[in-house]
Write a protein that binds this ligand. Structure first.
Ligand SMILES: [Zn+2]
Length: 354
């Protein structure tokens, strides 16, 4: 399994084409071990699906083989103690390699499995997640989904929802030496920002999150000293708490925007929250098996960012992020703990043992 991970890290999969190559490598690895795979294509990007087991229930394991760009030396993996370093080790080729190994081990006793397991390997989680979305749209869904992102063997069962929006505030231009004759759009934006931060939806919380988050991501306005700016565009990334109603948040913001004359409010992108509840037989099973391996109760937590789990969650399936321990993903010293990867693989196999 470690050799498999090292081989995967060596495939520099930071573009569509190279991520496809990594996926085809996974295909050959599985086929060589007698596992039938289906490779699908959408907008030039590949996805792999394989299925073993029988029964009405289906658990999905999802992993991505694309990585964010790294230094050339990061694509030459090396081991120091328990850590294997390299781009994409933690995020998330260790998860993929563990899932492939566990899938292979279970495939040898496929007939005795009373549930189906579907392995989904995708190639664009780091960019837009269209390949996972495509699989879900094609009907590749199940009752429960594990995305193997690095979570230190903790169970990430919720993720915040997303609203990305722009507000275009208008002012009135005038000469910079006579600002009282105009209306400064940047100052309007400051005012809007202050009032936005007092709105009630920003105080929401649940058992996993203390509050939503709001990032003022971009400001575009003004181009010379001697002119009072007449337009200011401010762009926000809002992450709301699972359980909050997206539409009522949007109408609260809209109402505020309407107080600023001739301002415009534009939604650029949204994603619903992942609201998997802890009371779920699959989660109880994952938590139980995990606690047996780690010798203490499994930790449930809420993720701040949203990964591919959200596409499955939209179908009503329970979806969690659950993977090995690692660190510095997207950084220069990305690594994964080899022992946690072994434990992770054993947990995946044990989920299907009586
Ligand atoms: Zn990832």
């Amino acid at each position: 399994m470690i050799t498999l991970l090292k081989d995967l890290v060596r495939i520099k999969s930071d573009t569509i084409e190279s991520a496809n190559n990594a996926l085809l490598f996974c295909e050959s690895w599985l086929e060589e071990r007698g596992i039938h795979t289906t490779v699908l294509q959408h907008e030039g990007k590949l996805m792999l699906v394989a299925e073993i087991g029988i029964g009405d229930e289906c658990m999905i394991w999802n992993g991505h083989v694309d990585v964010v760009p790294g230094n050339p030396e990061q694509f030459e993996p090396f081991i120091e103690g328990d850590f294997l370093y390299g781009r994409g080790t933690a995020d998330m080729k260790a998860g993929v390699a563990s899932m492939m190994q566990a899938f292979y081990e279970l495939s040898k006793e496929s007939k005795s499995l009373t549930k189906k397991i579907q392995l989904h390997i995708v190639t664009d989680e780091e960019t837009d997640g269209k390949t996972t979305k495509f699989l879900v749209d094609q009907g590749y869904t199940g009752d429960f989904v594990i995305c193997g992102e690095p979570t230190h063997l903790q169970i990430g069962l919720q993720a915040k929802g997303i609203i990305q929006f722009d507000v275009i505030l208008k002012g009135k231009p005038s000469h910079g030496s006579r600002p009282w004759e105009g209306k400064n759009a940047i100052e309007q934006a400051f005012l809007f920002d202050q009032q936005l931060r007092t709105l009630s939806f920003l105080t929401a919380s649940n058992e996993f999150y203390d509050y939503p988050s709001l990032n003022l991501a971009k400001i575009q306005a003004g181009d010379r000293y001697n002119v009072v700016p007449d337009e200011c565009i401010i762009s926000y990334d809002l992450r709301f708490v699972p359980g909050q109603d997206m539409q009522s948040i949007i109408s609260e913001i809209k109402k505020l925007a309407e107080k600023f004359p001739i301002s415009e409010f534009k939604i650029q992108a949204t994603a619903p929250a992942v609201t998997t509840e802890p009371i779920n037989p699959f989660i109880e099973r994952v938590a139980h098996v995990t606690s047996q391996f780690i010798g203490k109760p499994a930790v449930l937590f809420g993720q701040h960012g949203a990964a591919d789990a959200r596409f499955y969650a939209e179908t009503g399936a329970g979806a969690i992020e659950f993977g090995p321990s690692g660190g510095d993903w997207h950084g220069e010293k990305e690594y994964v703990s080899i022992s946690s990867m072994e434990t992770y693989k054993n947990i995946l196999v044990s989920l299907f043992k009586k």
